[in-house]
Design a protein around this ligand. Structure first.
Ligand code: COA
Length: 350
């Protein structure tokens, strides 16, 4: 039988604390004007100390399951750069808290491309007949790895989570994920990295260099590569799907920087009004960026049934990936994505 993975539920969660550009400019040599004009970010959300990636992931996952109208899935995937701990993976903790104990659950590590890699992995499980329904979550507490003294990264990234439920269905029906294009280039691994804390530069026994446990990025190189790799990947997947760029109603690129999205759209010949963007409100939320943008656009009516949607992402690794779908009818029960996590409100340490 010809099976496809079909989108059937979506949800997201943001931490409660919005951090303005002016607040960052109070402790960094930067300004609201610089941040807005160079990155498009107006504000971002930072989770309170004690709130972990799993807390945000559970919030987004619960909403996606409610939207799908069925709390059962056969696998849970969490794409994240900021797992709760180096070991074990975050996904089993998330599955247990969603009442899905016993379900296979694992993390996907591809930085800002993690969610698209997660979609491809879930589609593989579904098309191989291993799973009938899969919950895919992109979740980050990027604030936990940002160097508060580094103005080139601190102003861009934020925390959040977005999730989708995929089910087995027909390749021709709305919501069916189309072909994928995925890639990596490990030669560029140093361009986006946290140097210390793994087996190469251990945290025990060796004194890390100052700041080595923080996230670093070679912004200029990454900027150029992000535009090149995403536009090439997007073209490849459009070719595989038999779509022309003119067929794309909504381009949902990884929300890295508003200027990256603008260049990407120009490269592809997609007009700006067809680009979904929430970077002004939430910043770059890495693996959470695409599902968060999709959920917010869906909630606001910016994406609707029948829209032909192109997803494309680029991130550390280096990694990239793209896919397409025609937006289906999806329920959106409950309230907006800003409800706070009760653990965060209580300041509970987990
Ligand atoms: N506030 C004020 N000035 C800043 C600044 C900030 N927050 N960050 C950098 N600058 C300064 C630099 O120090 C530099 O000053 P100089 O000319 O005196 O040396 C100047 O602004 C230009 O820096 P540059 O790095 O050339 O800026 P840019 O236009 O490339 O923007 C980034 C920097 C980081 C915003 C941009 O490169 C970027 O968005 N890269 C990719 C980001 C990304 O999202 N990656 C995620 C994975 S896809």
């Amino acid at each position: 039988m010809n099976r496809a993975a079909v989108l059937t539920g979506i949800g997201s969660r943001l931490p409660s604390r919005a951090v303005s550009n002016d607040e960052l400019a109070a402790s960094l040599d930067t300004s609201d004007e610089w941040i807005r004009s160079r990155t498009g970010v107006g504000r971002r959300y930072f989770a309170a100390p004690g709130t972990a990636t799993s807390d945000l992931a559970v919030g987004a996952g619960a909403r996606a399951l409610a939207s799908a109208g069925d709390p059962a899935v056969d696998a849970v995937l969490v794409a994240t750069t900021t797992p709760d701990r180096p070991c074990p993976a975050t996904a089993p903790l998330v599955a247990a808290r969603l009442g899905l104990s016993g379900t296979p659950a694992y993390d996907v590590s591809a930085v800002c491309t993690g969610f698209v890699y997660g979609l491809a992995t879930a589609a593989g499980l579904i098309c191989a007949g291993i799973a009938g329904r899969v919950l895919v979550i992109g979740a980050e507490t990027f604030s936990s790895i940002l160097d508060p003294r580094d103005r080139t990264t601190s102003v861009i990234f934020g925390d959040g989570a977005g999730a989708v439920v995929l089910r087995a269905g027909d390749p021709a029906e709305p919501g069916a994920l189309g072909p994928f294009d995925l890639g990596s280039e490990g030669e560029g691994g140093d361009l986006i990295t946290v140097l210390a804390g793994g087996s190469r530069q251990r945290l025990s026994g060796v004194e890390p260099g100052p700041g080595d446990h923080y996230f670093t990025m070679a912004g200029k190189k990454v900027f150029r590569l992000a535009v090149e790799r995403m536009s090439h990947s997007a073209r490849t997947v459009l070719d595989r799907a038999g779509w022309k760029t003119g067929d794309v109603d909504r381009l949902v690129g990884h929300q890295a920087n508003a200027r990256i999205t603008r260049h990407l759209a120009e490269e592809l010949g997609i007009p700006p009004e067809r680009c979904v963007s929430n970077i002004a409100e939430v910043g770059n939320t890495a693996a959470a960026s695409i599902p968060l943008a999709l959920d917010q656009a869906h909630a606001a009516g910016g994406i609707g049934p029948g829209d032909r949607v192109l997803l494309t992402a680029f991130g550390g690794g280096l990694t990239w990936g793209s896919t397409v779908l025609t937006w289906p009818v999806i329920a959106r029960p409950g309230d907006g994505p800003h409800e706070t996590d009760p653990h965060e409100r209580a300041g509970v340490r987990r």
